[in-house]
Ligand binder design. Structure first.
Ligand code: S3P
Length: 455
């Protein structure tokens, strides 16, 4: 393993490069992945708006979520953590967030920045939000455009990028908005602005996206209705000014984190792994459907409901995979899983096509470009055809030997590490530090199954 360690800054941890070599022994054992990132952010934000004390079990203690905790503290919530990992949030009550005394630094987290902008726009105060170099490159206009109708004023850099100053409106009107793209973050920003607006906020999404905001707001006592449209989309209606009452939350394991363990176990010959307590919200499980279409031996057992979300255990055995054609309307339910699915497709037999994956261009990195580079640098042919990604499978013979640039993208780093476990030549990853944003303990967890990472 080679290491370079420039000094870390609050928005840029010290670089941790890593070389990953192929392993010749199977991955075996049982693990539990950390809590769901989407649900964790929401649990801190919504409980900060509720009356009373919320206890959260299983919160993801990744960098992204810790930024949300800091932001909600700066906005007036009292948030503490017990030694056993339980979090307590004493909320401020709806409409009662206080003006932050300093800039809110959301680090690497698009979810934190976008959801929070809905809250900040609907409170009568001035705030400034920034983030790390990755987040400062990402578009915020997708939220500031609809939120401008609340009467809030936004001042952003060119292209609507962070840092962003927000002068909120304490008496916002309810919004009626049709999403131009499939984005749970934009949907959530509009709904959250609607909490402090009198009357009904209405959001129409062309394709259903993860509904954790809707589910959790209901859990806290808000009235949220959801209706399917004849075109396969959804209309969500929220009654403004609800009384939000603190309710305990149990966060399930993150299916988007389980994805890396799952694909590693599918590709490393002879593997047999169980991942317990994984969230199975149907709007998050597109990867499982896709892997099964590829021939994955994946069983879901012990299905149950916990904290209002379906959960279960994943039992996965190494499998020979075939190419797959992933339809565009499945993209929202597996949007964060494409980089690691690309590794599975590179290892599979045949030519895979991922349709309609344009949203990948605005993730922590331009994930369409960075996934292509990950594969090409390791000897796998790819093609971008409009908004589709095509991958030429190697039938178990990924050459490897490449140096992967992760561009501050946690999922790129983890996908590269999975590729390295099965490639013919060692794979260099320029920086694995950002894995801590969503999956603290990633390397030790995989090493407990026999991965042999030297990180
Ligand atoms: C998220 C929504 C998705 C996803 C992100 C988390 C959320 O982003 O990629 O990791 O928690 O709402 P978009 O809504 O921008 O697609």
């Amino acid at each position: 393993m080679s290491m370079t360690q420039p000094a870390s800054t609050p928005s840029h941890p010290a670089v941790r490069s890593l070389q990953v070599s192929r392993i010749s022994t199977p991955l075996t054992g049982t693990v539990a992945v950390p809590g769901d990132k989407s649900i964790s952010h929401r649990s801190l934000m919504f409980s900060a708006l509720a009356e009373g004390e919320t206890r959260i079990v299983g919160l993801l203690e990744g960098e992204d979520v810790l930024r949300t905790a800091d932001a909600m503290r700066a906005l007036g919530a009292r948030i503490t953590r017990e030694d056993d990992g339980r979090w307590h949030v004493h909320g401020c009550g709806l409409g009662a967030l206080k003006e932050p005394a300093d800039v809110l630094d959301m680090g690497n987290s698009g979810t934190a920045a976008r959801l929070l902008s809905g809250l900040l726009a609907s409170h009568g105060m001035t705030s400034v939000m920034t983030g790390d170099a990755s987040l400062r490159r990402r578009p915020m206009k997708r939220v500031t455009d609809p939120l401008a109708a609340t009467g809030a004023v936004f001042l952003a850099r060119e292209g609507g990028r962070l840092p962003l100053a927000i002068q909120g409106n304490a008496n916002p009107p309810p919004l009626d908005y049709r999403l131009p793209m499939a984005s749970a973050q934009v949907k959530s920003a509009v709904l959250l602005a609607g909490l402090n607006a009198k009357g009904e906020t209405r959001v129409e999404e062309p394709v259903p996206t993860r509904d954790h905001t809707e589910n959790m707001l209901r859990h806290f006592g808000a009235k949220v209705s959801v209706e399917e449209t004849p075109e396969g989309g959804r209309v969500i209606r929220l009654q403004g000014k609800p009384r939000l009452i603190a309710r305990d939350i149990t966060v399930p394991g993150d299916p988007s984190s389980a994805a890396f363990v799952l694909v590693a176990a599918l590709l490393v010959a002879g593997s047999d792994v169980v991942i317990t307590n994984v969230g199975l919200n149907p709007l998050r499980t597109g990867l499982f459907t896709t892997l099964r279409e590829m021939g994955a031996r994946l069983e879901i057992t012990n299905e149950r409901t916990e904290g209002g979300e379906p959960v279960g255990d994943l039992h996965v055995k190494a499998s020979s995979l075939l190419a797959v054609d992933v339809p565009a309307d499945r993209a929202a339910s597996m949007i964060d899983e494409y980089p690691v699915l690309a590794v599975a497709a590179a290892y599979a037999r045949g030519i895979s096509r991922f349709r309609g994956v344009e949203e990948l261009r605005v993730k922590e990195s331009d994930r369409l470009a960075s996934t292509v580079a990950l594969l090409e640098k390791n000897g796998v042919r790819t093609k971008v055809d409009g908004n589709d990604l095509i991958i030429y499978g190697t039938q178990g013979a990924i050459p490897g030997g490449g140096v992967v640039e992760t561009h501050m993208d946690h999922r790129l780093a983890m996908s590269a590490s999975v590729l390295g476990l099965v490639a013919e030549n060692p794979v260099e990853i320029d920086d694995t530090a950002f894995i801590d944003t969503s999956f603290p303990g990633y390397f030790p967890l995989l090493n407990s199954l026999g991965a042999g990472f030297t990180a």
